[in-house]
Design a protein. Structure first.
Length: 282
């Protein structure tokens, strides 16, 4: 299991807020999403005599993107162009929105039938952050963020949730653009430099890097540590529970602030981890 270097970990205690992605970071809903995407495109590609849908397709084209963006990107990878349609399209409508709604119906059924249990290490990290006075928010591409948080018993921890519903209603561009994370910071009354982005998807860490956030913390659930580092993570762990002690602000107050590093000394460095499963966002 990997862990952050002291300099990287110490930054957690000096920043004001944690902006959590949801699926694959707080809750292991990735497998539910992955099964829903596989059912959608497995059936659709077979019916249209296209190359079979694979797990690699998920990580390359779907993971971390808003639902309709994921549909559009996956179809483009097979040189398929469909009408955009409307968010009101039924799940049997052959449009981008129709296919996205078909996937969402499959996800909702899985969630209702099986529920979801949050990652213990992530809950320990989240609760320690709250106890230390760190502000927290959820920033997710998913339109199911609130039902997932409720199913996981985490809804009461968050006053600020910027999800796919909010992004669609307010016209906020989704990941890998930084806009949803910037909106999360704004709603907390903070700047990007005050906040840590916590992500497990390459599109999410890219959003954190493009938004110039104070720290981009990657959680490797299967995307691959090096991939997360390449797309913008400052450090990568495979379990947020390993960083609980790094949130100790009393201890940090007697240590040098990593943002005031000696000139010529980098304020962050990269570490990597190994295995896991990653998320779908919507």
């Amino acid at each position: 299991m990997s862990s952050a270097t002291p300099r990287d970990a110490s930054r957690l205690a000096h920043l004001d807020a944690l902006l959590f992605d949801l699926d694959g970071v707080l809750t292991p809903t990735a497998e539910v999403h992955m099964r829903a995407w596989s059912r959608l495109f497995g059936e659709y590609f077979a019916a249209h005599d296209l190359a079979p849908y694979t797990e690699a397709d998920y990580f390359e084209h779907v993971d971390g993107r808003p639902r309709y963006d994921g549909v559009r990107a996956m179809l483009a990878a097979r040189d398929v162009v469909l009408p955009e349609g409307s968010p009101d399209d039924g799940p049997d409508t052959e449009t981008v929105c129709g296919l996205g709604n078909r996937k969402n119906a499959a996800f909702a059924a899985e969630l209702a039938e099986n529920g979801v249990t949050p990652y213990p290490g992530s809950v320990a990290f989240l609760d320690r952050a709250i106890a230390e006075g760190v502000r927290v928010a959820v920033v997710s591409s998913s339109r199911n963020a609130v039902p997932v948080l409720e199913a996981a018993g985490l809804r009461d921890r968050f006053d600020v949730i910027v999800d796919g519903v909010v992004a669609a209603a307010e016209g906020i561009t989704g990941k890998p653009a930084p806009d949803t994370y910037l909106e999360g910071a704004r709603r907390l009354g903070l700047t990007a430099d005050d906040c840590v982005v916590v992500e497990d998807a390459q599109s999410g860490v890219e959003a954190g890097r493009r938004g110039a956030f104070g720290l981009v913390l990657g959680v490797d659930r299967g995307t691959g540590a090096q991939t997360l580092l390449d797309f913008g993570a400052d450090l990568v762990v495979d379990d947020l529970g390993t960083l609980v002690e790094a949130l100790d602000r009393t201890r940090a107050s007697s240590a040098p602030n990593p943002d005031q590093a000696t000139p010529g000394t980098p304020s962050t460095s990269s570490t990597s981890s190994t295995t896991g499963t990653t998320e779908a966002q919507s």
